[in-house]
Ligand binder design. Structure first.
Ligand code: SF4
Length: 498
């Protein structure tokens, strides 16, 4: 007998049902428990509920939709056995496996299975993205020449994809041909979701972080397909060169905004990568942009998924740099107005207002700030997971503990990712109007990122000493004549907003 398929809110694409069973029945659950336990961004709650309700509307009579306090209550109310594809978090995976009447199927929606990744990873001491990415390109035969060489003779076009923002442009479109992102049109379901969330806040004591606003991301497969087509046809060509650049008035730059529909399970990453590959073969986008995008979708995204499952349960608590500072209230509550540093204020405002900033503000502003100040990596992981519209446990744990905070001792990244103000100045237009000066490290105009960078190196000198990729930076530290003054300044700054 075919069982009803229980779909979690990040399993909403057609590939989570069986294509050969057009009448397959479905269970969808709106559980309040998760929103009671954690203070999520209001926009994330909106996207999740909107996606669930749109999927329910698409499935019509095939779906039972239950709004309950917990998943367990929903299953009791349903009163029939169900099957579910393995959930995406360790906690949910443990939960479904101890339920009676629930059959757990293998996970879906990835280019490489967990077993295949384990075979690849087990003999290796380091799980480096570049090695994994090349393996996936070969496996999928994507961006490959018939002779087995990578398209264009290179695996990696990063060197072409690190342009600073065009000089004098307030928005990327002022300088290059790039269309506005695809934006969805809200409908009655979004209005109902907004009413539900208002009621939860008003009557049920559920609290959110961040501000509400127009929905920015796709929540149905049709919307997601439109978003992919629009990106590939009108934005992908400019994605590569400017993927690391930041402009104060253009948070979206040429980014795809596909992480939400991908992480809701609406799109299969291999389909998305193939769309970009076709654009290269048709001459609609150049190879550097296409390679950079494909690297994100079937390289980095898949890699963090597998690292999440491959590492042991203790990974969450890794804290190699012994960083134990609690997140200050201004950071935790997204109080951008309390921050003078223009770059950090802009990034925190982006999270507050949209629940989204692109990967460089995440890594080189928010993450770098937290690393320099020694914020607790587990607490920071939870913050990223709750505050970002595309944040899920599997994404944020490796990205924050491994990549951003170097708390796993270098399993994922060969060195800590942090910089002084010079990098931020080169890659953005923030510094010109900032109260601080990226070149100054001590005194009233001292850039908190520049001072924080040296302070971080000094505090962690012994731990970083054996790392050849940090040797040059540590030699620079030895040449600073004002280190004692700088350390006094940074300790006086304490946890205050910069
Ligand atoms: Fe950020 Fe420093 Fe530049 Fe100000 S001067 S915007 S704090 S990097």
């Amino acid at each position: 007998m075919v069982r009803r398929r229980w779909l979690f809110a990040d399993q909403l694409g057609p590939h989570f049902l069986d294509g050969d069973q057009p009448d397959q029945t479905v269970l969808l659950v709106e559980s309040q428990a998760v929103f009671r336990r954690h203070r999520y961004h209001r926009r994330k709650a909106h996207l999740v509920l909107s996606a669930l309700r749109h999927r329910a509307a698409e499935l019509g009579e095939r779906a039972v939709v239950l709004a309950t306090a917990t998943y367990r209550q929903a299953l009791e109310q349903l009163g029939e056995p169900v099957e579910v594809c393995a959930p995406t978090s360790r906690a949910a995976d443990r939960f479904v496996r101890q339920l009676d009447g629930v059959t757990v199927l293998p996970d879906r929606g990835w280019a490489v299975s967990r077993a295949e990744f384990d075979t690849w990873a087990t003999p290796r001491s380091r799980l480096l993205l570049e090695d994994y990415y090349r393996d996936v390109r070969r496996r999928l035969d994507i961006l490959m020449e018939p002779d087995g060489e990578p398209a264009g003779g290179r695996w990696n076009f990063d060197a072409d994809n690190r342009e600073p923002p065009p000089r004098g442009a307030a928005r990327l479109a002022d300088a290059v041909e790039v269309a506005e992102p695809w934006w969805p049109a809200e409908d009655d379901i979004d209005a109902q979701v907004r009413e539900t969330l208002d009621r939860w806040e008003r009557d049920e004591g559920i609290e959110f972080v961040g501000r509400d606003g127009p929905r920015r991301f796709a929540v149905t497969r049709d919307e997601a397909d439109s978003a992919v087509d629009h990106f590939v046809d009108h934005r992908l060509g400019q994605f590569g060169p400017y993927e690391d650049a930041m402009l104060a008035d253009d948070p979206w730059m040429a980014h795809s905004l596909l992480s939400v529909p991908l992480n809701l399970g609406l799109l299969h990453p291999v389909d998305v990568a193939r769309s970009a590959e076709r654009a290269y073969h048709d001459g609609r986008a150049d190879l550097a942009s296409v390679e950079g995008f494909i690297r994100q979708v079937i390289g980095w995204r898949e890699y963090v998924w597998h690292v999440y499952w491959h590492t042991d349960k203790g990974y969450r608590d890794r804290n190699e740099l012994q960083a134990h500072e609690p997140l200050p209230a201004w950071f935790d509550s997204l109080d951008a107005d309390a921050i003078t540093a223009r770059c950090l204020s802009s990034a925190v405002a982006g999270v507050r207002d949209e629940g989204w900033v692109h990967h460089i503000p995440r890594l080189m502003l928010l993450g770098s700030w937290a690393l320099q100040r020694g914020y607790d990596p587990a607490e920071l992981t939870d913050w990223f997971r709750r505050c970002f519209v595309d944040g899920y446990d599997w994404v944020m744990l490796p990205n924050v503990v491994g990549m951003s905070q170097h708390a796993d001792g270098g399993l994922m990244a060969t060195k800590p990712y942090t910089s002084g103000g010079a990098y931020i100045n080169r890659m953005s237009d923030y510094c010109g109007d900032c109260a601080y000066d990226p070149k100054v490290r001590v005194g009233e105009r001292a850039c908190p990122f520049t001072a924080g960078y040296w302070s971080f190196l000094h505090r962690n000198r012994d731990r970083l000493n054996g790392n050849p990729r940090m040797a040059r930076q540590l030699r620079g530290l030895d040449r600073l004549g004002d280190l004692a003054e700088l350390m006094d300044q940074e300790s006086a700054r304490g946890a205050a907003a910069p």
